[in-house]
Design a protein around this ligand. Structure first.
Ligand code: GAR
Length: 196
């Protein structure tokens, strides 16, 4: 079975959906660690509750990006990591890590990429823009992480209808519900495509 490490910065409800999918047998993988940049992330409590090792590390603690990457990579090696999942992780992944895990980093984003992707579009910012633009549809996307922010190949997408009565908060809730289904399902399919 493959070893997955999840990166999360906040609540970690997507992280929880992976924990649940593993225990329900819908995701056949081991979640071997959680990495967060935020020591008050609720995701940490979720990890502790399920006995998943955690590592708190932020690029801000380092003088250079390569030093930061080296420390993260040595933790990933210690955990025998096969696949990284960015589940609500709000820091940039340095190029050294992207190169070491070529095609082995997936990200979930709360929009129908390529719409509302890139710098400045994360979490509530995305939903506020969808409401402002009166889009009739939104959704979530899982993509492979490449050096171009939010631009790697899309491997899963789920659409929701935006009602006239929706606010950014109600839309966020609708999309998040879909994320919790899309992310484990997409990872399960993606794992089958990975060699060894
Ligand atoms: C999710 O909606 C996720 O798609 C989004 O942050 C939220 C985290 O929720 N990620 C991004 O915006 C990344 N650009 P969670 O902590 O409850 O999983």
């Amino acid at each position: 079975m493959k070893n997955i490490v999840v990166f999360a910065s906040g609540s970690g409800s997507n992280f929880q959906s992976l924990i649940n999918a593993v225990s329900d047998g819908k995701l056949t993988a081991n979640i071997v660690g959680l990495i967060t940049n935020n020591r008050s992330a609720f995701a940490l409590e979720r990890a502790q509750k399920h006995g998943i090792p955690t590592f708190i590390i932020s690029p801000d603690q380092f003088n250079s990006e390569p030093d930061y990457s080296k420390t993260v990579l040595s933790k990933l090696e210690e955990w025998n990591t096969d696949l990284l999942i960015l589940a609500g992780y709000l820091k940039k992944i340095p190029i050294e890590i992207i190169k070491s895990f070529d095609n082995r980093i997936l990200n979930i984003h709360p929009s129908l990429l390529p719409k509302y992707g890139g710098k400045g579009f994360y979490g509530s910012k995305v939903h506020e823009a969808v409401i402002r633009n009166k889009d009739s549809q939104s959704g979530c996307t899982v993509h492979v992480v490449t050096a171009e922010y939010d631009e790697g190949p899309v491997i899963g997408q789920s659409t929701v209808q935006v009602a006239d009565s929706d606010t950014a908060a109600s839309l966020a809730e609708k999309v998040l519900e879909r994320e919790h289904i899309l992310l484990p399902e997409t990872i399960q399919k993606y794992l089958k495509t990975l060699k060894n």
